[in-house]
Design a binder for this molecule. Structure first.
Ligand code: CP
Length: 313
């Protein structure tokens, strides 16, 4: 008997919770979805009648817009709740908000929240599928998946590839989702950044810590540069932006040390001149806008798998 492939949970909360087969299933499905999206009319009726809501307590350009685009590819309806003009400002808590949205017939709630664990709390309190679109410093699973999808597209595999993650590791949910996924897929992961932005015990996630960016760049296959998360910093973690850029920013001079076929990634938004100069951000090794394009395919795949779609035709 053929085993029907699918995700084990009704929710997507983090790459920590996904097993290798589930990660591979999402990546394979995203490849099919990328083909669907490339068609002259990028639309299939798979999720006709399904209703999705985005509930973002923090700003977003890429994640929210690409989830909207993904839902439209699958013919689902989407409602975007503007938290700043919702009853959240009157003090309504997350569980009440989610329960009220659910009884309006919603099938999926996509949540971004500044508090780690907020989507997990929502998921426990509703029947609808919950997708974590970023929770505090914990995880940003759809970003992790689109990053890995892009790495594999460019390098065929991440197994045994050296992935160098640079910058504000401590406050980065993108770093955590990348690490969970990349380690399951067999990559070598090195994290580099200022000691004040390196979480204690990060080695327990199976990564190597380095403070020698110039050394690590030399044999990296992939450099994933993180945004400085000023909004999550309560105190100064480094003396000045200029010093950070000097020690940990990517610039043309530093990139001369890298492999000729290295790829440079960034989840966006970029602080140009801080994490990387414009010469690097727009340079030949950057795949930053391809990451954004792939975000639509990956999020289409996730909606498809969670909301019970049939194979696209
Ligand atoms: N990378 C990312 O999450 O971008 P947005 O904040 O624009 O969604």
């Amino acid at each position: 008997m053929n085993k029907v492939k699918g995700l084990k949970s009704k929710d997507l909360l983090g790459l920590k919770d996904l097993d290798l087969e589930e990660i591979k299933l999402i990546l394979d499905t995203a490849r099919s979805m990328k083909e669907v999206i490339s068609r002259p009319i990028p639309k299939v009726p798979t999720l006709l009648g399904k209703h999705i809501v985005t509930l973002f307590y923090e700003p977003s350009t890429r994640t929210r817009t690409s989830f909207n685009a993904a839902a439209k590819v699958l013919s689902a309806n989407v409602t975007n709740v503007a938290v700043s003009s919702s009853s959240v400002v009157k003090g309504e808590n997350l569980i009440d908000t989610v329960k009220n949205l659910e009884v309006m017939g919603l099938d999926c709630i996509i949540i971004r929240h500044s508090m780690a664990g907020a989507p997990h709390l929502a998921a426990k309190n509703c029947q609808a599928s919950v997708i974590n679109a970023g929770d505090g410093c914990n995880e940003h699973p759809t970003q992790g998946l689109l990053d890995i999808f892009t790495m594999i597209e460019k390098k065929q595999t991440v197994k045994d590839k050296k992935v160098l993650i640079v910058g504000d590791i401590a406050h980065s949910r993108v770093a955590r989702s990348n690490i969970w996924g990349l380690k399951k897929l067999g990559a070598e992961v090195v994290v580099a950044g200022p000691p004040t932005l390196m979480p204690k015990d990060i080695e327990k996630m199976g990564v190597r810590v380095s403070y020698q960016l110039d050394q690590e760049i030399k044999d990296a296959d992939i450099i994933n540069v993180l945004r400085i998360q000023k909004e999550r910093m309560e105190k100064g973690f480094f003396p000045s932006i200029e010093e950070y850029a000097e020690l940990y920013g990517l610039n043309a001079e530093r990139m001369k040390k890298a492999k000729k076929d290295v790829i440079v990634m960034h989840p966006g938004p970029i602080n140009r001149g801080v994490e990387m100069t414009s010469e690097v951000a727009d340079g030949p090794y950057n795949v930053i806008l391809e990451q954004v394009t792939n975000g639509v395919a990956v999020r289409t795949a996730i909606l498809f798998l969670l909301l019970g779609g049939k194979t696209p035709s």
